[in-house]
Design a protein around this ligand. Structure first.
Ligand code: FE2
Ligand code: FE2
Length: 234
């Protein structure tokens, strides 16, 4: 879609075409829910957002991931960089939006629909688990794997590298359990007929977040960790 067409299309319609655009709008404080009838140009003006920056953000959204066989060929340090850039960044960018959508739903509908309170609680629990998990990988495990791959000695307070790997696998299982609860609670992320736009976006974002996290965990559990353990034995 050209920049001109994007600017002349109502924001609600842009979100209906691709819900991920809601993430960009949220970051720029553009109201896509009640103000969804406004064209993007007008919505940017109302939000005091720079339309050029909004367009840039919209255009940079569609970056596809690498297939497994390409990633399996990468040296471990590059695989780690890929996981951090693609998946850790995704979690850091998306988790605050998920919380924002959930809080909005809680304020608007928490009293009337019983699914909202537990839903918000589980979203918070997931985010609270994931943030320190990313830090532990980035600050403890991944540097140790990089050192091992470079043939350097691994000086960790954790003993054998299998120990932090097991700890991370355990945390992956916990995140998986919360995702399963969210799926059950939301009827497989199907928003009810009466749901408002934020509610729908929240479910769609959850579905996207789940897909990204499953892929992220798959790359760590089934590619990065086994290769690291193999290397530690040699
Ligand atoms: Fe990770
Ligand atoms: Fe992980």
């Amino acid at each position: 879609m050209s920049a001109h067409t994007l600017l002349q299309t109502p924001v609600g319609e842009l979100v209906a075409q691709d819900f991920r655009r809601a993430h960009v709008f949220s970051r720029f404080n553009i109201d896509f829910c009640c103000g969804g009838g406004r064209i993007l140009l007008e919505a940017c003006e109302r939000a005091g957002a720079d339309a050029t920056k909004v367009l840039e953000a919209l255009n940079s959204q569609t970056t596809e991931g690498q297939p497994d066989n390409a990633l399996a060929q990468l040296p471990l340090a590059e695989l780690i960089d890929y996981i951090e850039q693609k998946h850790h960044n995704y979690v850091r960018n998306t988790a605050p939006l998920l919380l924002e959508y959930a809080e909005k739903m809680l304020r608007a509908h928490g009293e009337h629909y019983e699914v909202i309170k537990p839903l918000t609680g589980w979203i918070r629990a997931l985010v609270d688990d994931l943030m320190p998990h990313l830090m532990k990988e980035e600050q403890i495990l991944f540097p140790a794997v990089k050192a091992l791959a470079a043939g350097e000695s691994v000086n960790g307070c954790f003993g054998h590298i299998g120990n932090p790997i097991r700890a991370m696998e355990y945390e992956h299982d916990e995140a998986g359990t919360i995702l399963a609860k969210l799926r059950q609670l939301t009827d497989n992320y199907r928003a009810p007929e009466y749901a408002c736009t934020t509610w729908r976006i929240c479910y769609q974002t959850l579905a996207e977040f789940e897909a990204d996290l499953h892929r992220h965990i798959h790359l760590e559990n089934n590619l990065l960790f086994p290769k690291t353990l193999e290397l530690s034995m040699s």
